[in-house]
Design a protein around this ligand. Structure first.
Ligand code: 16C
Length: 256
C-alpha cells in the first residue's frame, strides 16, 4: 500500500506555470474540467446508442444535427491491460508519436508550444470523397486528474482537445475548418495486486479509457457519407491507438 501511495505521489502534477499565465488558461481550465465531468457521466440508457463493439471496446453515438450538419456526439469506453493512464495520455498528447497512430491526418504542425502540458496544433485531414478537405486547429492539454480518484483506481489522467484560433493558421479557402471538442480520460487500476512485498509489473496494470468527441464538419458534407466514415474510422482509431501504446510500452519501465 505504501509503495502504491509513493508511486501515486511521484506522478502528481499540477498545471505548469507558463500555462497558468497563458491567455488561453481560463478557457482550458473550464473546458477540461467540464469534459472530465461529461466523460465520467457514463452512457445513460435511452440517450446513447451502441454502434460498435469489439472485445472490451464499446462505442456509442447520439444522432444530432446543427444547421443541417451531422455533429453526432460520440462516447467510447475501453479497457486494456499492461499500460498506465499516464502512458495512454502521453502517447495521445505528444506530437512526436501523432503520425505513428493517427491515420486520418495528412499533415500536422505544432503552432505553439505553450508549455510542457499544452500545445496548439494545426492538422490537415485526409480528404473524404466527395467532400471538401478539412483542417483543424486546436489546443491540447494534458493533466493528471485531481482530487485523487475513487478507491480501486490508482490514478487518472486526461487529455482535452478544443478548437481555437491562431494568427499563424487563419482559415483559408483551401480547407473547411472542423470544430472539435475531444477528450480522452484514462484510469489506472492495479489488478491483480502484486503479492505482498513484490513490485508492480505490467501484469498488474489495467487501464480504463473513456474517449469523447464532438466534431462539427464546418460545412456541408453528405450525412450518409459522414456517418459511414465515422462508424468505420473511430473503432479503427481506438484499436490502432491502444495497440500502439501497448507495443511502445512493453519493454519500457512503467510510467506512473
Ligand atoms: O482524437 C483523435 N485525434 C486527435 C489527434 O489528431 C484529435 C483530432 C480529431 C480529429 C477530428 C476529426 C476531424 C475530421 C476530419 C475528416 C476525417 C477524415 C477521415 C479520413 C478517413 C480516411 O482529437 C482521433 C480521431 C479519430 C477520427 C475518426 C474520424 C472521424 C470522422 C469524423 C467525420 C467528419 C468528417 C467531415 C468530412 C466529411
Amino acid at each position: 500500500k505504501e509503495r502504491l501511495m509513493k508511486a501515486r505521489q511521484r506522478s502528481e502534477s499540477t498545471p505548469s506555470t507558463p500555462l497558468i499565465q497563458h491567455r488561453l488558461w481560463p478557457e482550458i481550465k473550464q473546458v477540461s474540467e467540464e469534459q472530465l465531468r461529461y466523460a465520467l457521466l457514463g452512457v445513460e440508457e435511452g440517450v446513447w446508442t451502441l454502434f460498435a463493439q469489439e472485445g472490451e471496446m464499446r462505442m456509442y453515438k447520439r444522432e444530432e444535427e446543427v444547421d443541417g450538419m451531422v455533429c453526432d456526439p460520440l462516447k467510447a469506453v475501453h479497457t486494456i491491460r499492461g499500460v498506465t493512464a499516464h502512458e495512454i495520455t502521453h502517447y495521445f498528447f505528444h506530437p512526436d508519436y501523432r503520425m505513428d497512430w493517427e491515420f486520418t491526418v495528412d499533415n500536422m504542425t505544432v503552432l505553439e508550444r505553450v508549455s510542457e502540458d499544452c500545445i496548439v496544433f494545426h492538422q490537415i485531414h485526409k480528404r473524404v470523397w466527395p467532400a471538401t478537405q478539412r483542417d483543424s486547429l486546436y489546443w491540447s492539454h494534458i493533466r493528471q486528474v485531481h482530487p485523487p480518484p475513487d478507491e480501486g483506481l490508482h490514478d487518472s489522467w486526461i487529455v482535452c482537445n478544443q478548437s481555437t484560433e491562431h494568427p499563424e493558421a487563419p482559415t483559408s479557402g483551401k480547407w473547411l475548418r472542423v470544430n472539435l471538442t475531444v477528450c480522452m480520460v484514462a484510469q489506472t487500476q492495479i489488478v491483480p495486486p502484486p503479492p505482498e512485498g513484490e513490485l508492480i509489473t505490467r501484469d498488474n496494470l489495467q487501464c480504463k479509457i473513456i474517449y469523447c468527441s464532438v466534431v462539427n464538419p464546418g460545412g456541408w458534407a453528405p450525412a450518409s457519407v459522414l456517418r459511414a466514415v465515422y462508424k468505420r474510422e473511430y473503432p479503427r482509431f481506438l484499436k490502432r491507438f491502444t495497440q500502439y501504446v501497448i507495443d511502445q510500452c512493453q519493454d519500457k519501465p512503467i510510467l506512473f
